[in-house]
Design a protein around this ligand. Structure first.
Ligand code: CA
Length: 147
């Protein structure tokens, strides 16, 4: 399917609002990207997309990408090394388990909203919002090609 039609307009709005809310607590940067299909593993495709989106260029190395392959019914969540160094073992696994549970019920927006806010709360512990809290990356969802 065309990745652009994966979310309804309401879903998109809900997800972007969650990103804005999460990022208001932290200097961390959160993005959501949807591709249709990849010949790579979801994790490898996410890593590739992370750099394509310039997410490896944040000042504190604290970008988090929620990456979805809609036709493959797969996803991955990855954080830059600044975050990976500090979050407890199993943090990403817990996030992925929560997401899977929502996704199994077809509630993609609800799952992402939950996971994004959870990430925001965790990022806040290590990367609290500073006076400028510059928005380093756009908050809108990015989409790949219809492959
Ligand atoms: Ca942002």
């Amino acid at each position: 399917m065309d990745p652009h039609s994966f979310f309804s307009k309401e879903d998109e709005k809900r997800i972007v609002e969650a990103i804005v809310k999460a990022e208001s607590m932290t200097t961390g940067e959160i993005r959501v990207h949807v591709d249709s299909h990849s010949s790579l593993s979801p994790f490898d495709a996410a890593v590739k997309t992370f750099s394509l989106l310039g997410m490896d260029k944040t000042k504190h190395k604290n970008g988090v990408l929620f990456y979805i392959l809609c036709d493959d019914r797969a996803f991955a969540v990855i954080g830059d090394r600044g975050i990976d160094l500090v979050v407890p073992n199993g943090f990403w696994d817990d996030i992925c388990v929560s997401l899977s549970n929502y996704f199994k019920q077809g509630d993609f927006a609800g799952g992402l909203e939950f996971a994004i806010l959870k990430c925001g709360a965790k990022l806040k512990e290590f990367f609290p919002s500073d006076s400028s809290n510059e928005d380093e990356l756009p908050n809108d969802i990015s989409y790949g090609k219809n492959e």
